[in-house]
Design a protein around this ligand. Structure first.
Ligand code: SF4
Length: 303
């Protein structure tokens, strides 16, 4: 699931939804850690963005304290306006050709051996930002020899050439989130197309089978059990090998309300079902996000 762009959504004040109180399994206290501030400082000095901060990910403290983060390239404003997502929507600037180098330097300073890179959606760019993804992969490899790189990419508007540009840089994992079940796309991801996202995964698995594909889905938006099951089957049919399943959390009153908080036992059951469907590895839990413990998921797969 995408770790949610912030700011103005297209919803009118009438569509504001009060934020529901979280159940006990979604509240936790974490000890302070000096690494948290160190990572924040590295990100800020590198003039970088992370989806962790932009999306107000609930795992930010934990991940930064473990000296890990997910880099957000191509700016901090998204050209789409998904109703679940907290990343800012609005005017975007030109891609920064120096960004790949700065990401690689930060990864090196943080001592990362597994680097996750994502971006805002850039429908305004001819290649959707694919070229900068490829350059970032190459630069990380150059600067941090032996580092594994996972990219969490947008759908590039269905542009197969853009996808190929990224794949030719040989990321270790190609991640693209399906986010929700097809029935909810018009509400949750109005500018995205369920079939187009599946097609991206299918194309990737067919053209570069050595690069495992990964996807993620949020639960709690009103989907039914049968719909979740069908979506997991669709992902498997598209050749998807890694899966993440997490709880949707409403970032603000302007975002879609949580329809249901799924208890941890149900998340465990979904992991079992995913493995039974043939996913190589799956992470499922209330705090799981597509990049949450991404290195562990990859390593657990034995690849
Ligand atoms: S789960 Fe991913 S987005 Fe959230 S804080 Fe961790 S690395 Fe960042």
């Amino acid at each position: 699931m995408k770790e949610t762009p912030r700011e103005q959504t297209a919803m009118s004040p009438k569509q504001e939804s009060p934020i529901r109180r979280k159940p006990r399994w979604l509240t936790r206290r974490l000890p302070s850690a000096p690494e948290y501030e160190q990572v924040r400082s590295l990100i800020s000095k590198g003039r970088l963005h992370t989806v962790c901060e932009e999306a107000k990910c609930p795992n930010q403290f934990e991940c930064f304290s473990r000296r890990t983060a997910t880099f957000l390239i191509l700016g901090s404003r998204c050209t789409r306006n998904c109703r679940f997502c907290n990343v800012a929507h609005g005017p975007t600037g030109p891609p920064d050709p120096e960004e790949p180098r700065r990401v690689a330097e930060a990864a090196e300073r943080m001592g990362l051996r597994y680097v996750v890179v994502t971006s805002v959606t850039r429908d305004d760019l001819p290649d959707g930002g694919a070229g900068l993804f490829a350059e970032t992969i190459t630069e990380i490899r150059r600067r941090v020899p032996g580092a594994l790189v996972e990219v969490l990419i947008p759908d590039f508007g269905g542009d197969a050439t853009a996808l190929r540009t990224v794949l030719k840089a040989h990321p270790n994992v190609l991640n693209h989130n399906i986010e929700t079940v097809p029935r909810l796309y018009p509400t949750v991801r109005p500018k995205a197309i369920y079939e187009r996202s599946l097609e991206l995964l299918r194309r990737s698995a067919a053209a570069f089978p050595e690069i495992p594909t990964k996807s993620g889905i949020m639960l709690g938006l009103g989907e039914t059990e049968a719909e979740i099951h069908d979506t997991l089957e669709d992902l498997r049919t598209a050749g998807c090998r890694f899966l993440t399943i997490g709880q949707y959390l409403q970032p603000s009153r302007d975002h879609l309300p949580v329809e249901r908080f799924i208890p941890p036992e149900e998340f465990n059951a979904w992991r079992e079902k995913a493995l039974a469907l043939g996913f190589t590895e799956a992470a499922s839990g209330p705090f799981v996000r597509s990049s949450y413990h991404a290195k562990d998921l990859y390593q657990a797969s034995g690849l």
